[in-house]
Design a protein around this ligand. Structure first.
Ligand code: GUN
Length: 285
């Protein structure tokens, strides 16, 4: 059995960062990313710190605002309005999800961010632009996946793509981006009848289920490309480990597969920084 190609997210993300830096060098402003987090969920703490740190590392300005878990929707809305009107803030990212028990409504917050500063690409205006083929800020994980496939010269045109995830953050925008590349796309989910059979039709299988060992060889056509978006935290002999959805045996039947960690994750961060440069360019035009 031949070994699959390991789709190295760190290498592909570095190439995307280079593109962001090249564009940044043409701007007369220094892009500034403002990351906002409510509460102290450990995964969100590490992701938000990483995003703010990476932005600085490539020469942008970044600010991380950490708000208490009991922050109200009204307070957060007021803070977002301040950032919307601040001409030195080019990109705003509010980390999701909000803490358990918080009364903050996700949709209300996402719609409050000015679409031109929406570096997450989650505002309905940007979602509408995406589905109608107009230029706009694209959401980071889906756009990062497309950049990863491009980096490894894996074509989408004419391919069957099956995405097991129907969220606003991953499944829906990724479907639009794959369609834009002339792929034939299926979005599958927990109510899909015979999910394994649907998944087996995929030339490119994208999974973002969030369950360890969920994707077994039964879900994968021989030679398929497998993109594992999930980052699940497990404990092995009291040590925390990050794993995706794929069982270990899946690699042997795929032609290419993303590792977890070090696959899609770094692409998301790089695309966020790329979007921040685009947003700064948009606002300084
Ligand atoms: N939580 C997990 N991924 C993301 C993301 O891409 N953006 C935001 N805002 N929150 C997230």
């Amino acid at each position: 059995m031949t070994q699959p190609l390991i789709l190295d997210g760190n290498a592909a993300a570095a190439a995307l960062l280079e593109k962001a830096q090249t564009l940044m060098a043409t701007l007369s402003v220094k892009p500034h990313l403002h990351v906002v987090r409510v509460g102290d969920d450990p995964a969100s703490v590490s992701y938000t710190r990483l995003k703010a740190r990476r932005a600085k590392k490539i020469g942008m300005d970044s600010t991380l605002t950490e708000l208490p878990a009991d922050t109200t929707e009204a307070v957060l809305l007021e803070f977002i309005q301040t950032l919307n009107s601040d001409k030195n803030t080019h990109g705003i990212l509010v980390q999701l999800p909000f803490p358990k028990g918080s009364s903050i409504r996700e949709a209300v917050i996402l719609e409050a961010i000015h679409p031109d500063k929406d570096v997450d690409g989650l505002h309905v205006v940007n979602t509408g632009r995406l589905w109608s083929g107009q230029a706009g800020l694209r959401s980071c994980t889906p756009a990062g996946i497309i950049s990863m496939l491009d980096h490894y010269n894996i074509p989408l045109e004419g391919k069957r793509v099956v995405i097991i995830n129907r969220s606003q953050l991953v499944g829906k925008p990724l479907a639009a981006l794959c369609l834009e590349r002339n792929a034939t796309v299926t979005i599958a989910h927990s109510r899909t009848t015979d999910l394994a059979a649907v998944a087996r039709e995929a030339d490119i299988l994208v999974t973002a289920v969030g369950r360890v060992n969920f994707i077994t060889p039964e879900f994968v056509k021989a030679g398929a490309v497998v993109i594992d978006v999930s980052i699940n935290r497990i404990f092995v002999e009291n040590e925390e480990k990050l794993v995706g959805d794929c069982a270990a045996e899946v690699a042997a039947i795929s032609s290419a597969i993303t590792p977890v960690p070090g696959g899609v994750g770094p692409m998301t961060v790089s695309h966020l920084l790329y979007n921040t440069v685009l947003a700064a360019q948009l606002q300084s035009a």
